[in-house]
Design a protein around this ligand. Structure first.
Ligand SMILES: Cc1cc2nc3c(=O)[nH]c(=O)nc-3n(C[C@H](O)[C@H](O)[C@H](O)COP(=O)(O)OP(=O)(O)OC[C@H]3O[C@@H](n4cnc5c(N)ncnc54)[C@H](O)[C@@H]3O)c2cc1C
Length: 570
């Protein structure tokens, strides 16, 4: 122990939770409910209660309304969203139990919209017959849950960025990180560790900035398996002038000749945005028909979201209304006129979320669990689609709480059944510490922003990440590997820069996972579209692609989907 203390400040706990966003808070509550005697420590890079995506989101939750049934939801999901790449058993569990999330949130003090009779006040999206509805929660939800979490006795450490996972053999026994303000090294010893630190969004779209893939990279480096990494290429259409997301623009896209290109590329009604919007945008530009515009007069979803987000006509949500009004006010100077014809471009969001977990959110390493966005695709209930939102807006918040409940219960049980105190491999911890601080010690080198921009150039262009071909993906992977080669030259000027350096390493690793897995899948399915393999191949590709580190090399394998065991077949 004394030796470990020589590395930095050592804090011991029963359950360590990395990330104080919605999933981390929900996990902390659940462990305390399950085993009040357990010490729970939440480590957050920013400030818990304010941190993460939930406070900057839409606050919309998708649930199975009294008009819908779980069976309809499952069938719709398989046919239209996940395209039979789902783990059908977990999808079925989700469909049957996700509504409990609304009750939990309500009991933790979150303000959810209700009718006078106490039922959830929901809406159904117009158009298609979608087997779910949307209910609104106010955007102070994490502050309220944070207060509840503290009341149950969880401890919090803010401003500490976790970079690596401590180990004892294969078992994960805690984590190592540093304070982003004063550079103190922290060593967290834990009987069980729950990663709740989000997906990878590559720092492109500002509102998605919490998603920097640190937890994904830490889990991968510790030896955990990854699954479904090829689906992390989510986009929203955004206004070119303001860079803000414009919901529903994909339904009313026009080229410079005035032709409606939505009808050309997206003939059938769709439940949400699809990669086909980005591909249409790209191809029209290649054909010389750009720029591409949204006709705001035809955008029903856009107008609907303005009502939902910025008025109390449907849901009384004062914090959300203030947030969205302020955001759109800031957007106004960029929109030079009131013309409904506004140029749009795909805004790359990514949402790589590949940490592989079983039905209880346990990773492939003993002692390590992963909940919320970090393992959304890795859990496989969503199938062939980037997650969140998995083409169902409102499942990000639901999955964060739903998966946290499952993972935290099993983590608490894991702690109860542990026969010995966890040990930490000191040499490994020392190695992690040296790697983490190296950019600060270097006299000169490359600024992290330079490498982050280089990674963004490899992932954001539609020709690489959404309209895929072997040749173009190899080009993009080459760009990522060039970045990887430069990572040892990263130079941090201060501790904030040090966080950016470690994030750049995580981003490069995530981009490599994305392209290696994408090159492996030789078909098109759901969100995953290849120019060179345009057909869905149910004979050879009802498989999950698994990535794993072996002595510093990224190895790939496949796992057959047990389709014979499932009741619904393609
Ligand atoms: C603009 C926007 C709108 C959205 N709207 C909706 C919506 O209406 N409905 C819906 O269902 N979903 C929505 N989502 C998605 C939803 O918010 C997320 O799916 C959900 O909040 C994820 O929660 P999480 O706790 O898993 O991850 P996050 O919210 O990303 O939390 C991860 C936390 O970990 C911390 N962290 C990261 N790295 C480290 C580290 N190395 N060390 C310590 N801490 C770390 C982060 O600071 C963050 O607080 C939206 C997202 C965005 C960005």
């Amino acid at each position: 122990m004394a030796e470990l203390e020589s590395l930095g400040e050592v804090i011991s706990t029963d359950v360590l939770i990395v990330g104080g966003g919605l999933a981390g808070l929900a996990a902390a509550i659940t462990v305390k409910e399950e085993s009040p005697e357990n010490d729970v420590l939440v480590v957050e890079k920013a400030t818990a209660g304010w941190a993460g995506k939930a406070p900057k989101g839409g606050g919309i939750l998708a649930f199975i309304t009294p008009e819908d049934t779980p069976e309809e939801f499952i069938r719709f999901h398989l046919r239209n969203i996940g395209c039979f790449l789902e783990d059908q058993e977990l999808l079925s569990e989700y469909a049957r139990t996700c509504n409990e999330v609304l009750d939990y949130l309500d009991s933790w003090g979150v303000k959810l919209a209700k009718e006078k009779n106490g039922r959830w006040k929901y809406i159904k999206l117009p158009g298609g017959e979608l087997p779910w509805g949307l209910v609104g929660a106010d955007l102070d939800m994490c502050q309220r849950i944070h207060r509840y979490t503290k009341k149950l006795g969880s401890r919090f450490v803010n401003k500490v960025s976790v970079v690596g996972l401590l180990k004892d053999g294969d078992q994960v026994t805690g984590a190592i990180g540093f304070n982003v303000e004063d550079g103190t090294c922290y060593i967290f010893k834990a009987k069980a560790t729950i990663l709740a630190n989000g997906s990878q969004n590559y720092r492109i779209m500002p509102m998605w900035s919490p998603g920097r893939g640190d937890g994904i990279a830490a889990a991968y480096r510790a030896g955990a398996e990854m699954r479904n990494a090829e689906f992390g290429s989510f986009i929203n259409m955004i206004h070119t002038a303001s860079r803000e997301v414009v919901f529903g623009a994909e339904e009313c896209m026009y080229n410079a000749k005035g032709e409606n290109i939505t009808r050309k590329y997206r003939p059938l009604p769709q439940p949400d945005i699809h990669t086909d919007a980005a591909i249409a945008w790209h191809k029209e530009h290649l054909d010389g028909n750009g720029p591409i515009y949204e006709n705001a007069d035809e955008n029903l979803l856009g107008r609907g979201s303005e009502i939902l987000f910025a008025t109390d006509l449907v849901w009384d949500r004062p914090v959300a209304i203030a947030f969205w009004l302020r955001l759109w006010e800031k957007e106004k100077p960029a929109m030079k006129d009131d013309s409904p014809r506004r140029e749009i471009v795909p805004g790359f969001i990514g949402e790589l979320s590949p940490v592989k977990v079983d039905h209880q959110m346990a990773t492939t390493l003993p002692g390590l669990f992963a909940v919320g966005d970090i393992s959304y695709n890795g859990s496989a209930w969503t199938g062939a689609v980037p997650a969140p939102p998995g083409r169902i807006r409102g499942t990000g918040l639901m999955n964060a709480v739903w998966s946290a409940r499952r993972g935290a219960r099993v983590a608490a049980r894991f702690v109860r059944e542990l026969s010995a105190e966890p040990k930490v491999d000191l040499a490994h911890a020392q190695e992690l510490k040296e790697g983490m601080f190296q950019p600060l010690q270097r006299e000169s080198g490359i600024a992290p922003t330079e490498l982050v921009h280089a990674i963004q150039e490899a992932v954001a262009p539609i020709k690489y990440s959404n309209w895929r071909s072997e040749e173009r993906m190899k080009e993009a992977l080459g760009m990522v590997l060039d970045v990887r080669a430069k990572l040892p030259e990263l130079k941090a000027r201060d501790t904030h820069d040090l966080a950016a350096c470690n994030e750049a390493k995580s981003m490069a690793l995530c981009a490599e996972m994305f392209y290696r897995a994408s090159l492996e899948r030789k078909e098109s399915r759901g969100w995953f579209v290849r120019e060179d393999f345009p057909e869905t191949d149910n004979v050879n590709w009802l498989k999950w692609i698994i990535l794993k580190d072996k002595d510093g090399e990224m190895t790939l394998s496949t796992e057959d989907i047990p389709i014979e065991r499932y009741s619904i077949k393609p």
